[in-house]
Design a protein around this ligand. Structure first.
Ligand code: KG4
Ligand code: ZN
Length: 364
């Protein structure tokens, strides 16, 4: 019964309303459709995500995204054999919308329901896209998340470290705002940095002087603010070159920190496991060429495989939720109408909570 699954995935934990259909047949997974309805235009004027606006948009758009996903996959609701919905962590109003929709579909069709941890969705994506075998080290690096995980099974995660304040994408976004660049800030800073000198301004490399894999990125934004202030005080404003140099210095600092912490994460994982594990990355920040190249270099140093899923599957989507739900279901997980929406839901139950809150809600 679990060998051939047609899974409807739902994702609504942040600012993307998403639905997808994934088929799981033996070891082979296929994405039949993946629909992501973003909300950028709704939040732009507020300089960040407004939870209530996000929840309303999810309530309005979830059924539309489901309809589109089914139609693009060429299947009907009657063909779906499993519903997987993100049940946390995230903004509670949005998560509630997805969980309620999932319950309604499961009850109406008499099919099983699985609640999926959003972070597990990201963490298992390299299995969906590249068939990556367990165990591997995952660096989850986006606007809302930043952590290193050893992934040993679909419900077996060990957190090696994470940010204690901002996620890197959040730092990119805030820094871009400080320089008058557009949003999202990551691509804007990467573009401006191309003509910049990363050595002109001195940026710190936070927490590299401390052992372990924890990271901190909020100080980089403060360093940028200070450097910007010094230039403005001297010259009365910022030239295009000043901006480029600030961006290049900031980006190099983030890339350096992620590269060195990745070395430590792989060293620690190799100590814990018999075999040196592969390295995988997910999250919007993985789109950054300098950061990605740094991670590739580290995987080369360790002689391990490096997997970076295509960007559309690195960022928030429902195909990853459908796939994770399928793996969990096969492993025996099944939820019922008591499934609760969880604003906080750490993947590694043994690790203490990180301090970081972040613009996208609690980073478990
Ligand atoms: O994974 P994602 O789409 O959403 C979540 O945060 O869950 O990631 C979005 C984040 C934004 O903060 C954006 O600025 C950042 O990823 N980002 C980048 C780049 N492209 C997107 N950061 C650095 N360089 C990029 N090229
Ligand atoms: Zn995410």
């Amino acid at each position: 019964m679990t060998d051939n699954l047609v899974i409807l995935g739902l994702e609504s934990s942040c600012d993307d309303t998403a639905a997808a259909v994934v088929s799981l047949s033996g070891d082979s997974a296929e994405i039949l459709s993946s629909v992501v309805l973003g909300q950028d235009a709704l939040h732009d004027a507020f300089g960040g995500i407004v939870p209530e606006i996000a929840a309303r948009a999810h309530a309005e758009k979830l059924d539309i995204s489901v309809k589109q996903a089914l139609s693009q996959a060429g299947v009907g609701l009657g063909d779906v054999t499993l519903v997987a919905a993100t049940a946390g962590p995230g903004l509670i109003g949005g998560v509630l919308c997805g969980v309620t929709t999932g319950k309604a579909i499961a009850a109406a069709r008499g099919i099983p329901l699985v609640g999926v941890n959003h972070l597990a969705g990201h963490a298992l994506t390299p299995r969906l896209t590249d068939g990556l075998a367990y165990p591997y080290v995952m660096l989850l690096v986006s606007g809302g998340h930043c952590q290193f995980l050893v992934v040993e099974g679909c419900d077996q995660f060990t957190r090696l470290g994470g940010t204690i304040d901002d996620a890197p994408g959040e730092a990119f976004d805030k820094s871009a705002r400080l320089l008058g660049l557009g949003q999202p800030g990551g691509p804007a800073i990467e573009c401006a940095a191309r003509d910049g000198d990363p050595g002109r301004f001195r940026f710190p490399r936070p927490l590299l002087d401390r052992p372990g894999c924890d990271m901190s990125f909020s100080g980089l934004k403060t360093a940028l603010l200070r450097a910007r202030g010094t230039v403005i005080a001297e010259k009365g404003g910022l030239t295009r070159q000043d901006r480029a140099d600030l961006c290049a210095g900031f980006q190099r600092a983030v890339a350096d920190v992620l590269q060195e912490k990745t070395r430590r994460a792989l060293t620690e994982a190799r100590r814990q496991l018999a075999e040196p594990p592969a390295l995988a990355v997910a999250g919007g920040v993985a789109a950054n060429t300098e950061i990605r190249t740094g991670l590739e270099t580290v995987s080369g140093e360790f002689g391990v495989r490096f997997v970076a899923p295509p960007l559309a599957l690195c960022t928030d989507n429902a195909a990853m939720i459908a796939y994770a739900g399928g793996e969990l279901f096969r492993a025996g997980r099944i939820d019922d109408m008591t499934l609760a929406a969880r604003p906080r839901w750490p993947l590694d139950k043994r690790s203490p909570a990180l301090l970081g809150g972040g613009k996208k809600g609690a980073k478990a």
